[in-house]
Design a protein around this ligand. Structure first.
Ligand code: HEC
Length: 695
């Protein structure tokens, strides 16, 4: 009795401590990318409940042009939605009706992932920060017009003021910056092959656009971490960029920035060493940009294992102590849970020996940190008994393929001339959609892909003229050495001249598309030769028997999903999951398959899980909303307590983005960006779609 009483008192004291000091949930607004500055995607709204969610119905939709990957997680402020269209126009929509209030067309050609915007206000001053390719605009939220006093006529060029001249390189702010006081702190996306911009993390004055501080993720001589690179790497190596988004502890003045791998993604002979601060969670002083601590998740990454999601700030009860923590999901399916102040893991992280590389010039790290708790949320080591059992034929095919692969666990370096298994695949585990967290209970919710991909390396020396060389150096990694691609995810380019003209191809090359980064550096004669090569398939210099070398001695042979001949994942189900993990204890609360293939479901093969992109959100009423599934195109509501499906609706296109919830005109809405860009066989199109309870 007494013991129970004492325990429950302790529990109340704990709950009180949490309620009084945690950053709050989002309310009627969704004013920050990720819902709150903690990044917990949690809303205090309760109009939609477990009891009435079954009645949720489409309230409005805002249809847009077809092509373009939908990754936008919009903002909602005072009943107004701020979002992007696929061609990167910024739109303000009436949150209650979906009617357009204004549209901002920057005039800059842009495509590709644009995940959100940043809101800043102080007294009567209000600014909406939107990015189009390498430009960051400060817009007046009332009109959508640039605020002239910011930067040059309302915008700054993110390629300027980097630690190395990057004016000609691809720089794109794909995930919005975060606000700390009167600064906006940003990372950006770089090219994934050389030449690539250095991934500096920078703070700009929200009023003037002036650079306040910069942190070099690739340190120069004299800076900490410099010894983890070859002496001159800081002059030439790019990447190590914070593209996935950041969170801020405003009370302590700390910004948490996860970084990706250094360039090239799969061959690191030019950057031997551990490569700090690539693949690291950085805690920086938000006032100065000084490093407080870092936690590196992958040493000398030659696996493309970027930290793919923003971290989440949580208050946890760990071994009887209340700890302010930061949780960082990874592509390989780990969840690193660290003390926010010291950067020390709360659960055991073990240094495990990993296989060496046999590629000339390469030296893989001899060990890698592996999180022992929570257990990985995606499978780690593919074995024959884990291959597809959808049909006996698919299984036999998968087995014969699998036996030709190199397969040596989650840190197997790519082999020359042989496909190497990446499991989970290059798109995680976790992805850019992020995770949601219940701040009062310490539960983290995360969706994951759980399929295998393969990749390999080949000699990059290329016979041919400048067009063929430019193609092999920049494009072959995704579109194939012979331009046949790996459809549908990576289109073939053999007949591209029949589909697109030179100008259209140039636009794609310069601005990128979906998974394809832009190649702003391809200009002049090289561009001309590349276009000629793409359109005619010939390279006139071929007759001259020129042999050129790509910047890197070995080239990645392409991102290949391990699919069976019918196009389904060649590993056993589940192919995608949704997980609820108690981060106080590191134990799973529940785990379910997420998504289906409608045609398989019609044959009775239900609940397979499927590829999914875009994360979950939570409400105070105990609901979890998630779209994400590529093929069944559903928006679903689950009971966050037990993972029970309470409601689902089929969207016009796949909801491959993280939804938001907000209230407008007294009604609670759930809004999601939809597009079929990831399912090329489905009719193409995109729209924002909002749901509410019928009045
Ligand atoms: C990292 C992978 C990647 C690289 C590198 C890459 N692409 Fe792409 N590319 C893609 C993907 C994925 C698409 C389809 C995008 C979509 O529609 O969502 C695409 C689409 C295209 C298209 C449009 C195809 C069509 O049928 O409409 C062209 C043209 C193209 N790429 C050319 C190039 C060229 C030229 C290069 C090298 C300078 C290149 N790509 C480098 C991944 C890549």
């Amino acid at each position: 009795m007494r013991r129970a009483l004492r325990l429950s008192l302790a529990f109340f004291a704990f709950a009180f401590a949490i309620a009084t000091t945690c950053a709050l949930a989002a309310g009627s607004d969704w004013a920050i990318y990720g819902g709150t500055s903690d990044g917990n995607r949690h809303s205090s709204l309760t109009q939609i409940t477990k009891a009435n969610v079954g009645k949720l119905a489409q309230a409005w939709s805002f249809p847009m042009e077809a092509s373009g990957d939908a990754q936008t997680h919009p903002l909602a402020i005072d009943g107004v939605i701020y979002a992007y269209t696929p061609s990167l126009k910024v739109v303000a929509l009436d949150g209650a009706s979906g009617k357009q209030i204004w549209q901002f067309d920057s005039g800059v050609a842009g495509r590709g992932a644009q995940r959100g915007l940043t809101w800043w206000s102080a007294g009567k001053e209000k600014r909406l920060f939107a990015s189009v390719m390498h430009f960051l605009y400060a817009l007046d939220p009332a009109t959508g017009k640039p605020i002239e006093s910011f930067g040059e006529n309302g915008r700054i060029d993110m390629r300027q003021n980097l630690s190395r001249d990057s004016a000609e390189l691809y720089v794109s702010l794909t995930t919005p910056g975060v606000i700390y006081r009167d600064t906006i702190i940003t990372g950006f996306r770089t090219a994934e092959s050389a030449p690539a911009a250095p991934g500096d993390i920078r703070a700009f004055d929200v009023r003037t656009g002036k650079l306040r501080w910069a942190f070099r993720t690739i340190p120069k001589p004299g800076d900490g971490g410099y010894e983890s690179w070859p002496p001159d790497a800081w002059k030439s190596v790019g990447g190590a960029n914070a593209w996935a988004g950041m969170v801020v502890d405003h009370k302590r003045g700390i910004v948490f920035a996860p970084t990706g791998s250094a360039v090239d993604d799969f061959y690191g002979a030019q950057r031997l060493g551990n490569n700090f601060y690539a693949n690291s969670l950085l805690a920086l002083d938000a006032n100065t940009g000084k490093r407080l601590w870092h936690f590196q998740g992958v040493r000398h990454d030659i696996f493309d294992r970027d930290f793919p999601s923003p971290p989440v700030l949580m208050r946890l009860r760990h071994q009887g102590r209340i700890v302010d923590a930061v949780a960082q999901p990874t592509k390989q399916g780990f969840l690193f849970v660290l003390d926010r102040v010291t950067g020390k893991p709360l659960f055991p992280v073990e240094d495990m020996p990993v296989p060496p590389s046999n590629v000339p010039g390469e030296t893989a790290a001899s060990s890698q940190p592996m999180s022992r708790k929570p257990a990985p949320f995606a499978r780690q080591h593919l074995t024959e008994d884990m291959l597809t059992n959808r049909t006996p034929q698919a299984n036999a095919w998968a087995l014969s393929q699998f036996r030709t692969f190199h397969n040596d666990g989650p840190f197997a370096p790519m082999r020359l001339g042989q496909q190497t298994v990446a499991f989970p695949g290059f798109d995680g585990g976790a992805e850019w959609g992020g995770s949601a967290a219940d701040p009062a209970r310490g539960i983290l919710y995360i969706n994951a892909n759980d399929i295998a991909w393969t990749g390999g390396l080949s000699d990059a020396a290329t016979a041919g003229g400048p067009g063929a060389i430019a193609y092999q150096a920049n494009c072959a990694v995704c579109h194939g050495q012979d331009r046949s691609g790996a459809p549908p995810a990576f289109p073939g380019l053999i007949d591209i001249g029949k589909r697109l003209n030179a100008q259209q191809i140039t636009e794609v090359i310069h601005t990128g598309r979906g998974r394809m980064p832009g190649f702003a550096n391809l200009q002049g004669d090289t561009l001309k030769a590349l276009l000629e090569f793409l359109i005619t398939g010939k390279d006139d210099a071929q007759q001259r028997e020129v042999t050129g070398n790509a910047p890197s001695k070995y080239r990645f042979t392409g991102y290949r999903k391990f699919l069976d001949p019918d196009g389904y994942p060649a590993v056993a189900q589940p192919w995608g999951t949704l997980n609820a993990i108690d981060l106080n204890t590191g134990e799973y609360l529940w785990k379910i398959a997420l998504g289906e293939y409608p045609e398989l479901a019609a044959q009775g093969l239900t609940n397979t899980g499927s590829e999914n992109y875009g994360g979950p959100i939570l409400t105070q009423s105990g609901l979890l909303f998630i779209g994400a599934t590529v093929y069944d195109k559903k928006l679903r509501a689950f009971d966050a307590g037990n993972g029970k499906l309470l409601w689902q609706a089929t969207l016009p296109f796949a909801g491959t983005a993280t939804p938001i919830t907000y209230s407008a005109g007294g009604q609670q809405f759930v809004l999601i960006h939809t597009s079929n860009a990831r399912d090329k066989k489905a009719p193409q199109g995109s729209a924002y779609v909002a749901f509410a309870l019928p009045r």
